[in-house]
Structures are given as structure tokens and as C-alpha cells.
Design a binder for this molecule. Structure first.
Ligand SMILES: [Zn+2]
Length: 209
């Protein structure tokens, strides 16, 4: 199995309510998040690559960029805080699960897999899958998924579709608004390769220019 890694970065704030660290569960705080996305394939494409990252970069980059300078809300957090963030911030992402590094890694894993599951393979690309997603919140700590965390990933695939991105994000999102609308309309794509795929490399490559 060949693997390739791509690093994405964004700045965001959250509270992790059930965290054992008091500072984490009681205070709004921010991180310079680093996300290491590792893709795997059984074979190589006609260019001798797992896949050309340049071809996919556009949709996946737009996804991670949606989180930049955002507040990541847990929908079950205190109503006063949720209302305040929504009223006073342009950029927020509301998740139906606690925004821990672990849950964010699972969320990123299923959404990127959903994009891959919806992308028409070209150039002999061979069944490219997400191998793992490692989310660094700090210089010293990270959380990582594995493709065989089946129960965790299935649970996240079911929950992920309930996430909401603010208008402030969607109005300035590259093609993330369109991509998220496609995924939400067809939630099965988060857990299984699709027969009728909507995303084409050619379109993505043109948009990336
Ligand atoms: Zn934190």
C-alpha cells in the first residue's frame, strides 16, 4: 500500500466541555491547528503517483479553509454561548459533537473520504482512500484516526451531516459551499464509494488555476 501525506493549517477557537483539563473545558481558547491528511492506494496512477494532489487540492483545501478564523461550536453547548457566537461572529462551524481533536480528526476523515467517494477517478488512479487524519492542536499533542476505526468512522459519518457552516464562511468559501451541499444531499457518500460521482478532476483542475 502506497501512502502520500498533505499538511493543512488553520486557526480556530473552541471549548472542549468534557475535557479533564479545567482550562480546556471552561474557557474559549484558540489553536493553530495542523492537519496531516494521509491518502493510500493499492496501486499507482499512470503518472506513478497515488494521486495528483493538485487535482484534488481545490475541494479539500476549501474544506479546511472553511475552519480558518472560525469558532467551532458544539451544538449542545450552553445556549447563551451558542447564541453569542452566532450573533457576534461571522465565521462559525456548528458540530453535533464536542469539538475535541479526536472528533475533528474523525470529521475530517469522513468528509475527505466523502469527497474522494464522489470524485470520478482518472489517469488510472486506483481506489484512493483516506488512510489517516492526524490533528495537531499544539506543538506537543495530536489525535489520529485509522481507516480501520470502523465503528468510530461510521458513527461520525452519520453525525457529520448535521454540521452547519455559517453564511460568513459559505459566502467566502471557494467551492466549499457547493461541495458541502453535494455531500449533504447524498449522505451515503460519506461512508461508501459512489456509483454516480459528481466531482470531476478536470473541473477541479480548471478551478484551481
Ligand atoms: Zn483546545
Amino acid at each position: 500500500m502506497m501512502k502520500i501525506r498533505k499538511l493543512f493549517k488553520f486557526e480556530a477557537a473552541h471549548i472542549v466541555r468534557d475535557c479533564s483539563t479545567v482550562r480546556c473545558r471552561q474557557n474559549i481558547h484558540g489553536h493553530s491547528f495542523k492537519v496531516e491528511l494521509v491518502l493510500q492506494a493499492r496501486g499507482l496512477d499512470n503518472a506513478g503517483m497515488v494521486m495528483d494532489f493538485g487535482l484534488l487540492k481545490c475541494r479539500i483545501s476549501s474544506f479546511f479553509d472553511a475552519f480558518d478564523h472560525s469558532y467551532i461550536i458544539w451544538s449542545a453547548d450552553k445556549g447563551g454561548l451558542v447564541d453569542f457566537i452566532k450573533n457576534e461572529n461571522e465565521r462559525w462551524v456548528e458540530l453535533p459533537f464536542s469539538p475535541s481533536a479526536e472528533n475533528l480528526a474523525l470529521f475530517f476523515h469522513v468528509v475527505v473520504q466523502g469527497i474522494l467517494n464522489n470524485t470520478v477517478p482518472v489517469n488510472g488512479a486506483d481506489d484512493v482512500k483516506v488512510h489517516s487524519v492526524r490533528v495537531h492542536e499544539t506543538e506537543t499533542g495530536w489525535a489520529e484516526t485509522e481507516a480501520d476505526d470502523i465503528a468510530l468512522l461510521e458513527g461520525m459519518a452519520a453525525a457529520a451531516i448535521g454540521s452547519v457552516f455559517s453564511d460568513g464562511i459559505m459566502d467566502d468559501s471557494g467551492n466549499w459551499a457547493e461541495t458541502w451541499a453535494c455531500l449533504r444531499e447524498n449522505p451515503d457518500c460519506l461512508s461508501a464509494p459512489q456509483e454516480h460521482r459528481l466531482f470531476r478532476y478536470a473541473e477541479i483542475a480548471e478551478q484551481a488555476v
